[in-house]
Design a protein around this ligand. Structure first.
Ligand SMILES: CCCCCCC/C=C/C(=O)SCCNC(=O)CCNC(=O)[C@H](O)C(C)(C)COP(=O)(O)OP(=O)(O)OC[C@H]1O[C@@H](n2cnc3c(N)ncnc32)[C@H](O)[C@@H]1OP(=O)(O)O
Length: 356
């Protein structure tokens, strides 16, 4: 070895010692012993220390690691030490990159949602946890886009859920603020068009659509549950449609589907008198398919959904259509009646409108 390469090796050796201190993960005892042996060999040469006693386990393991290097030269030991540290640094940075890289199967182009496709399931997750997943204009449009994509892609089922402690607090109340007096009517009309498109995508969704209600649900995200094929709820979830409290009327085909699902009396309690249901009550009334303890909710539900998603895709899609044909047709009629060319958007308190 020339003096020049030896110098590089010495420099690399020192750099490697610095890098080793910066490692975030413990490399494990075996690697630490290898590093110890190489370090001693590099700095002191072959082991000539007395062998520790059999019961002094730590000292004995270290001595063995050093002694096992025999007559390896100090230059080679430095080199091997630097190589080992470099491999640890590379492995750590690769694993950090992997952790930081986007979730597997994540779709691009969404800011208010996390949309992923994995194991034949497209998951559409509301992602405004700091606003309790309130649905603003952008989110309405992104949900429409996500449903459109999910309806056409290779997935077998689609799932809607929320990120954080809420499923969704419903319509973002800021959608109705900061409207200039002269623009009220335009805002209502534009909102009605957006709402029609939004609800229409639930009515027309061609595959099984499953709501995984991870927490409280309010307003429009409750009403469209009736357009989902299954609703799985955590026992933390609640179901609240406070329309009259807000001077609004029910939307999302709930005025038709809720009485059909739970009977007129129970639907009236929810849609006229703002009764908030627990998950168990919503299940007893047929709005929710099954309730799970919150502690095992995600695990149990996703295991079940993965099994469902391995069923034949076309059979599920056709069967869904057969089950829902009448509901679909009636909802489609309601959609046209309420927001068709004749226009019957009903204004409430000069601001809000009914859907159906
Ligand atoms: C353009 C198309 C329009 C179609 C309209 C269709 C008609 C739809 C109707 C509905 O969906 S009606 C239901 C509307 N939703 C509500 O009335 C819920 C309002 N929010 C609340 O009552 C409470 O925030 C809560 C959800 C019960 C949570 O209460 P908590 O005390 O736990 O947290 P907060 O501090 O209140 O919330 C944190 C943070 O999030 C904001 N936020 C929550 N929900 C909404 C919302 N729906 N719209 C806008 N912002 C919301 C809340 O203001 C807080 O913000 P900061 O104060 O931290 O800035």
């Amino acid at each position: 070895m020339t003096a020049a390469t030896m110098q590089v090796s010495q420099k690399d050796f020192q750099k490697a010692q610095e890098q080793l201190k910066l490692l975030k993960k413990d490399p494990g005892n075996e690697t630490k012993l290898k590093l110890y042996g190489l370090f001693k060999q590099a700095t002191e040469g072959p082991c000539n220390a007395p062998k520790p006693g059999m019961l002094d386990f730590v000292k004995k393991a270290k001595w063995d690691a050093w002694n096992s290097l025999g007559n390896l030269s100090q230059d080679d030991a430095r080199q091997k030490y630097a190589e080992l540290v470099s491999s640890l640094v590379s492995a750590e940075s690769a694993s950090q990159k992997k952790e930081a890289s986007p979730e597997e199967g994540r779709h691009d182009g969404y800011e208010t949602l996390i949309v992923t496709t994995k194991n034949n399931i497209t998951k559409i997750m509301f992602n405004r946890p700091d606003r309790k997943n309130a649905i603003n204009h952008q989110m309405y449009r992104e949900i429409i886009k996500a449903l459109e994509e999910a309806g056409k892609n290779d997935s077998t089922i689609a799932v809607i859920t929320g990120n954080g402690d809420y499923y969704s607090s419903g319509n973002d109340l800021n959608n109705f603020t900061n409207v200039q007096p002269g623009e009220m009517e335009k805002m209502a009309k534009d909102g009605a068009v957006l709402l029609k498109e939004f609800v229409g995508h639930f009515i027309d969704f061609p595959k099984p659509l499953i709501a995984v209600v991870n927490g409280p649900a309010i307003g429009i995200c409750v009403t469209v549950l009736a357009l989902c094929d299954l609703v799985y709820a955590s026992d933390r979830a609640t179901f609240h449609s406070p329309f009259s409290q807000l001077g609004q009327s029910p939307e999302g085909c709930s005025s038709y589907l809720f009485p059909k699902i739970m009977g007129l009396a129970k639907a009236s309690e929810m849609l006229l008198f703002n009764k908030k249901l627990t998950a168990a009550e919503a299940c007893a009334q047929g709005l929710v398919t099954e309730v799970f303890p919150d502690s095992s909710f995600q695990k149990e539900v996703w295991a079940r959904l993965e099994a469902y998603a391995s069923l034949p895709k076309n059979s599920l899609a056709v069967s869904k259509q057969l089950l829902r044909v009448n509901i679909h047709n009636n909802c489609a009629v309601l959609k046209c009646l309420c927001l068709g060319p004749a226009g019957c958007e009903h204004f409430h308190e000069g601001l809000l409108w009914t859907f159906c």
